[in-house]
Design a protein around this ligand. Structure first.
Ligand SMILES: Cc1cc2nc3c(=O)[nH]c(=O)nc-3n(C[C@H](O)[C@H](O)[C@H](O)COP(=O)(O)O)c2cc1C
Ligand SMILES: *[C@@H]1O[C@H](CO)[C@@H](O)[C@H](O)[C@H]1NC(C)=O
Ligand SMILES: *[C@@H]1O[C@H](CO)[C@@H](O)[C@H](O)[C@H]1NC(C)=O
Ligand SMILES: *[C@@H]1O[C@H](CO)[C@@H](O)[C@H](O)[C@H]1NC(C)=O
Ligand SMILES: *[C@@H]1O[C@H](CO)[C@@H](O)[C@H](O)[C@H]1NC(C)=O
Ligand SMILES: *[C@@H]1O[C@H](CO)[C@@H](O)[C@H](O)[C@H]1NC(C)=O
Length: 389
């Protein structure tokens, strides 16, 4: 539907514009919480006041960004079965809420790899934040810093390693993601730069062996599967060599099986990052909930020996609680910060506040005021076990 918007002065029409559309947006099956887009204008940033939950930011980004850039964030591999499962798994999990407890003082503070943060969720590495806002990763870094949150920029960022480090607050701790490039000079050089720029740990993405997933939704715009330059020969020997290239702690990201989790433990890693990459690599891979259950069943010693982080489809405070109750120490947000960044730092800060508020509220309603005390007593996973194990 066309909208005619006119500017008038003292009853005289000065100017009419007919380019704007009344917006009807396909919500892609996201939970309907009553977001009203009827007075939004296509390709314009909707009012920030319309944003009430993390999914709202996705709809706002879909309205605002050019279709190819929205697709580049939203896209996932093949039929997007894993992408969808990440969003759906939460409805299969039940939380056990307890009464008769003092929940007046909620604590979200926790440590990740020994560094203190204000919450057990963090901004996960995601490429090219610059498609959402000119400030790109700089607004993610400063919003995280002001909130006391961990940010882990992607090596495929719009801004450089050094620019992102500079955007951090004094004393802000950030980790950095790295890919296993087949170009060894590049790999060595980047690891050195990360260390020099003050990043405190490396999240090494190990689930992108040689290639990216085939992401049809974005291929329609880009035209071909890019030669991404990831090593396809990265075996245990290559891993041992890589670990010699930096003094920073390395956390393998993209662990999807109990077997790999145990292997990482045996290799002496301080932590692992359970992830299916937001459904963007192996379609059919399990969700974080299922992978954590697999590790609990088949390699439970992992939780005693290393920290476990997890991500995929986390959009609500109770999703964070579910993963923490299954043994994760911290939980990553991938797409949501990217979508919120259409408003720059202000949007990212609002997204972080929303998540912190939801988490605080859910903890009170659960009867557990401290995130560090969450354990399996708070969760019922029988349905997931019956379906997948
Ligand atoms: C646009 C986009 C870019 C991403 N880029 C990277 C990347 O460069 N390196 C990486 O390890 N993971 C990358 N990921 C995966 C995220 O780190 C994270 O695992 C995933 O997005 C979590 O799922 P969620 O988007 O449902 O929160 C990317 C994800 C998205 C959506
Ligand atoms: C969380 O940490 C901050 C900063 O160290 C501190 O000011 C605050 O009191 C802590 N909150 C709780 C509930 O312990
Ligand atoms: C981190 O938090 C712990 C417990 O809250 C505190 O004892 C410790 O001093 C903090 N460390 C730093 C570096 O602030
Ligand atoms: C490898 O990386 C280095 C450093 O980034 C770069 O100068 C060089 O051109 C790359 N080599 C190839 C073959 O791409
Ligand atoms: C790692 O470095 C150590 C000490 O420099 C060396 O003894 C070892 O052989 C190296 N390992 C690999 C796999 O390169
Ligand atoms: C980026 O964020 C700023 C600051 O919030 C905002 O004013 C601007 O409209 C956003 N968009 C672009 C394209 O930079």
């Amino acid at each position: 539907m066309f909208f005619q918007r006119c500017l008038s002065f003292l009853g005289f029409t000065l100017l009419c514009v007919k380019s704007a559309y009344s917006v009807e947006i396909d919500r892609e099956g996201l939970p309907d919480t009553g977001l009203d887009t009827s007075d939004w204008t296509s390709r314009d940033l909707p009012p920030l006041d319309d944003m009430w939950d993390l999914n709202d930011f996705q709809i706002a980004a879909k309205n605002t960004l050019a279709p190819r850039w929205y697709a580049s964030y939203r896209t996932a591999a093949l039929n997007e079965v894993t992408y969808q499962a990440n969003l759906d798994i939460w409805s299969k999990v039940r939380l056990n809420g307890f009464s008769f407890r003092d929940v007046s003082n909620v604590n979200l503070n926790t440590s990740i790899l020994g560094f203190n943060f204000s919450a057990p969720f963090f901004i996960a590495p995601a490429a090219k934040a610059g498609h959402a806002n000119k400030s790109a990763e700089l607004s993610l870094a400063s919003a995280a810093g002001k909130a006391g949150l961990l940010y882990v920029p992607s090596i495929s960022s719009t801004k450089s390693i050094e620019e992102i480090a500079d955007a951090g607050l004094d004393g802000q701790v950030m980790f950095h993601q790295e890919y296993i490039w087949s170009n060894r000079t590049q790999l060595v050089d980047e690891l050195k730069r990360m260390e020099k720029a003050g990043f405190k740990a490396i999240f090494l993405t190990v689930d992108n062996t040689g290639v990216n997933g085939i992401r049809t939704r974005s291929l329609r715009f880009t035209g071909s599967t890019d030669e991404v330059g990831h090593s396809a020969t990265f075996d245990l020997e290559a891993l041992a060599e890589l670990r010699n290239l930096t003094t920073l702690p390395i956390v393998p990201k993209g662990i999807k099986t109990a077997a790999d989790a145990r292997k990482c433990m045996e290799l002496g890693f301080p932590a692992i990052y359970v992830s299916n990459h937001g459904g963007r690599v192996l379609d059919g891979a399990p969700t974080a909930v299922e992978i954590l259950i697999d590790i609990r069943r088949n390699a439970p010693e992992v939780f005693d020996n290393m920290e476990v982080y997890a991500d995929g489809g986390v959009r609500r405070g109770n999703h964070v609680i579910m993963l923490l109750a299954l043994g994760a120490r911290a939980v990553g947000l991938g797409r949501s910060p990217m979508f919120a960044n259409i408003y720059g730092e202000e949007g990212v800060s609002k997204m972080i506040d929303m998540m912190a508020t939801e988490l605080t509220t859910e903890l009170k309603l659960l009867g557990e005021p401290d995130v560090n005390n969450l354990d399996a007593s708070y969760i019922n996973i029988k349905l997931v076990e019956a379906m997948y194990f």
